[in-house]
Design a protein around this ligand. Structure first.
Ligand code: G1P
Length: 294
């Protein structure tokens, strides 16, 4: 029997230099899209995909993340005595539902290195990796879509999407051949090769890796034998390329819309679109936008 995916690893040790000065004294993962920290969207996606065991890989200056997912007695007490039941439910909800552990990445040595820090907590079972900066709005949560492919192929699966050719150098790119899945021939691919941040002319395709992965525990040994690559960092993409020699890896062109919340423009796009979709804000916010002389 195929092992169930119970755990999701959230690398969250990055320095957030792209959002300075906002991230000088607070983690970038805590920046809100409307009124919810970026990282909570990722945690909720994991929960909605059936995973409640969360492993955060954090670093110095990230204690706000731990506090956010912890019980806040003073706040809960205050809301209770003031009869603010709705807010109380919001504040309690998330910490009640997940089982969370933390491990530190002492130095920012790359995504591969961050995932390797979770080795002991993951143990010998398949697991998911969620890069919360990639915010994905989808009818079926993106991670759930990947888990379904994992269940069919019994092999690691990465999320991918098509990007404009000139944008591929910001991503990991795959060389892959389509395979049939659920009656379609253009959603799932068997990967032939992977390259981290290729220059556009050298890119094997315009299929970019997006921050959702379902991995098997062999990846840890693979990361251990991976040398630093792009940017002088130990790259998960390189470790996957290494693992490809011993087992097949698949990619899913997921259904849904991805926002790069780690980038200022992507962050603004997500903020505007999420606000427009909100029941309580959408109407008046739309009216306000219409009045702007653009
Ligand atoms: C990481 C991965 C890259 C992937 C990207 C998706 O890069 O290394 O392969 O395409 O996430 O967001 P980063 O954006 O952390 O440099």
């Amino acid at each position: 029997m195929r092992a169930k995916v119970r755990k999701a690893v959230f690398p969250a040790a990055g320095l957030g230099t792209r959002f300075l000065p906002a991230t000088k004294a607070q983690p970038k993962e805590m920046l809100p899209i409307v009124d919810k920290p970026i990282i909570q969207y990722g945690v909720e996606e994991a929960l909605q995909s059936g995973i409640r065991n969360i492993i955060m890989v954090t670093g110095r200056g990230k204690s706000a993340i731990e506090d956010h997912f912890d019980v806040s007695f003073e706040l809960e007490n205050l809301l209770e005595t003031r009869g603010k039941k709705d807010l109380l439910a919001i504040v309690r909800g998330i910490s009640d539902m997940i089982d969370i552990s933390y491990v530190r990445q002492k130095e920012a040595l790359g995504l591969g290195h961050a995932v390797l820090r979770a080795k002991e907590l993951v143990g010998n079972e398949p697991f998911a990796v969620v890069l919360a900066d990639d915010l994905i709005e989808a009818r079926t949560p993106c991670l759930r879509q990947l888990l379904d492919v994992y269940a069919s192929f019994d092999a690691p699966v990465l999320a991918v999407m098509e990007v404009p050719a000139e944008a591929i150098s910001s991503y990991g790119a795959i060389d892959a051949e389509p395979v049939s899945y659920n009656g379609s021939n253009d959603r799932v691919y068997r990967i032939r090769d992977l390259v981290e941040k290729p220059e556009a002319p050298e890119a094997p395709s315009n299929l970019a890796i997006i921050g959702r992965y379902v991995l098997t525990p062999e990846i840890f040994a693979s990361i251990e034998s991976t040398d630093p690559g792009s940017g002088g960092e130990v790259q998960l993409t390189d470790a996957l390329k290494h693992m490809l020699r011993s087992r097949p890896i698949y990619a899913l062109r997921f259904e849904g819309k991805r926002y790069d919340a780690g980038d200022k423009l992507g962050f603004l796009e997500a903020t505007v679109e999420f606000a427009l979709r909100r029941k309580d804000l959408g109407g008046p916010f739309r009216e306000y936008l219409k009045k702007l002389k653009l």
